[in-house]
Design a protein around this ligand. Structure first.
Ligand code: GLU
Length: 297
């Protein structure tokens, strides 16, 4: 199997500078290590994602405008529902229906975890068939995987060793949508991904995903979670009052080439006014020189 990195946007809006910077680092990381680079459109949540096709097409054009290219066809998660069902079926022995509401979990869960995430306390783990039937009549169930309090260690290229207890996390939500943590693992395995480079906000999901990768017989990928972009006030980059997408920046006269220079400069790969392409940045890339602090834009 050919080894590969990937970029996996959710088509909710145009990519902002933080997303583009992460995509650039993922591309540089994959290409500089001789890997393929795959694109996956994470469009499962159709309630949250309207006009996914148009937005994804715009995202692909934005990545291309910067010089970020991909191998093979883009994988659309919405076209893989049968695959997720088949994998979930193969986990039937390890999964169970959960009828808890968010509020019930918040009230019964142990204190929030180091990452602010509340581990599921296992309320529905051992219900009898009669109890399940009774609860199913009241509320459609989510599906959880039985993790048996596993502990999972992952190595992040920049954050180092991260170890966490894996809880019985959701693989299918109670609205029937396959959960992010499940689909991402099924697809990374299917796409031959052995290098996951993405935003630091997903570092806390890595132990759970690594654990599921092993359960499904895959090899755990290398992880590198890119420090986020923040504004002067220390907030995560958001579309409040300043142009941060390529389209918004183009409207004030900033070209994609200038954006690439800005991103390259933030990664210490080029001067602040140097004209570069992704090909000129590639031989200069060294993952160990990527700044560990958030980029203040
Ligand atoms: N689709 C996710 C996002 O846009 C990224 C998932 C991943 O890279 O694992 O935040």
């Amino acid at each position: 199997m050919r080894v590969s990195g990937r970029y996996a946007p959710t088509p909710t809006a145009g990519l902002h500078l933080g997303n583009l910077r992460t995509a650039l680092v993922a591309w540089l990381f994959a290409r500089s290590t001789g890997r393929q680079f795959k694109l996956r459109i994470e469009d499962l949540d159709r309630d949250r994602i309207q006009a996914a096709g148009d937005i994804a097409a715009a995202q692909i054009a934005e990545l291309a405008a910067l010089g970020i290219d991909f191998d093979g066809e883009a994988v659309w998660q919405s076209a893989r529902l049968g695959v997720y069902q088949a994998v979930a079926d193969s986990l039937a022995e390890r999964s169970y229906e959960c009828y808890c509401t968010r509020r019930e979990i918040a009230e019964s869960a142990s204190a929030p975890h180091w990452d602010g995430y509340r581990r599921y306390p296992g309320t529905c783990r051992d219900l009898t068939a009669a109890e399940r039937a009774e609860r199913r009549a009241v509320r459609p169930p989510a599906l959880r995987i039985r993790a048996d309090n596993a502990r999972q260690l992952v190595h992040d290229h920049w954050a180092g060793a991260v170890e966490a207890e894996v809880d019985d996390f959701v693989i299918r939500r109670n609205d029937g949508v396959w959960a992010y943590n499940f689909a991402v693992v099924v697809d990374d395995i299917a796409q031959g991904v052995d290098q996951v480079v993405r935003g630091a906000d997903l570092l806390s999901s890595a132990p759970r995903q690594a654990w599921l990768t092993s359960i499904l017989g895959g090899s755990i990928p290398e992880y590198a979670h890119v420090p986020l972009v923040i504004d002067q006030q220390g907030n995560r980059l958001a579309k409040r009052d300043r142009p941060i997408t390529l389209t918004e920046l183009a409207a004030i006269g900033v070209t994609p080439a200038q954006v690439l220079t800005m991103l390259g400069n933030s990664l210490a790969l080029c001067g602040p006014a140097e004209r570069v392409t992704t090909s000129t940045l590639l031989p200069r890339f060294d993952p160990d020189s990527v700044p560990r602090e958030p980029w203040i834009y």
